[in-house]
Design a protein around this ligand. Structure first.
Ligand SMILES: [Zn+2]
Length: 68
């Protein structure tokens, strides 16, 4: 699966975020706001999935690393 880069990333969006979601992260829970939290099992870092309106047809997926 390649090297885990979660520890050096803070925010990802668009295709990069979707790629990480598809290949690297596991959905674990939702926060109180209905957003999905995903876990990287390599680093035990959690990511919050947000959606930002893209303006036209597509929403932009945004992943934000959760600090603990
Ligand atoms: Zn990772």
């Amino acid at each position: 699966m390649g090297t885990c880069r979660c520890a050096i990333l803070n925010v990802l969006s668009g295709a990069l975020a979707r790629d990480l979601l598809d290949k690297h992260l596991r959905e674990v829970r939702t926060d109180g706001m209905g957003r999905t939290v995903h876990l990287c099992e390599d680093s035990e870092i959690e990511w919050l999935e947000e959606r930002r309106l893209g303006g036209y047809d597509d929403d932009v997926t945004v992943l934000r690393r959760l600090e603990h």
